[in-house]
Design a protein around this ligand. Sequence first.
Ligand code: CTP
Ligand code: CA
Length: 227
Amino acid sequence: EQALIKEKPLAGLKVLVTAGPTWEALDPVRYLTNHSSGKMGYAIAKAARNWGAKVTLVHGPTALPALRGVEDQPVTSAQSMAEAVFSRASESDLIIKAAAVADYTPVETASEKIKKTDGEFQLTLKRTQDILKAVGERKRDDQVLCGFAMETEQLLARARTKLASKHADLIVANDLRESGAGFGIDTNRVTVITASGEEMLPLMRKEDLAYELLKRCLAILKEKREK
Ligand code: CTP
Ligand code: CA
C-alpha cells in the first residue's frame, strides 16, 4: 500500500463513498438493520484519499474510527442517507455505493417504547428509496457510478440486472456464500461487472481491493471524458 500512495491518480477528483448499514427505527429503543461492518466502504474512502481525491464518506452507524482527511458525514436511516447522497451527487466525479441500505423501514416509528402484550406482534414495513437507482437516473456522462450487489444465489445474473436497472457503470458482485467474502471480515472475493463484461478478482484484502476498484472506476471515467 505504501508504494501506491506516492502516486496521486485521483488528484483533482471528488469521490463520494457510502458505507455501513442503515438503522430503521421502530421506537426509541429498537431498530432494524443488517450485518454490514462498513469495512469495504471505509477502505475505498481511505484509498481514494491516499490517491489524492477529495473524499466524502456518507456512512451509517459503524464501529470504525473517522478517516483523517476525509469529509465525514454520519447518517442513520436510509432516508437520511438518501438526503446526504442526493445533496452531494451532482458535484462528485466518482460515486461508490458500498452501503448496505435497508430495503424496508417501519411504516410508523412509535414515539414511545412499544410495550409487549400476549400473542403475536405484526410489523408493517414500507419500501425505502433506492438511492443508487435514483443517482443513476440523474447521472451525467462525465460521472462514474459504482454499486455493489450482495446475493446468496444467482449472483452474476442478478448483478447484471442491477447494472442495467440502476444505470450503474460498475457493479461489484459479492457472494455471501464464498469463503473469505462477506460481513465483518477483512477480505473479499468479488466479480466486477461492467457493460463490457465480467472480471473475477482473486480473494484479497478489502484494503487492496479498494485500489483495484478505484483503478477500474478511473479507467471508465477517462474513457467517458475522452469521448
Ligand atoms: N442500494 C441503495 N438504496 C437502497 C438499496 C440498495 O442505494 N435502498 C444500493 C446499495 O448501496 C448497493 C446496491 O444498491 O450498492 C445493491 O444493493 P442490493 O441490496 O444488493 O440490491 P437491491 O437493489 O436492494 O435488491 P435486493 O436487496 O432485492 O437484492
Ligand atoms: Ca437490498
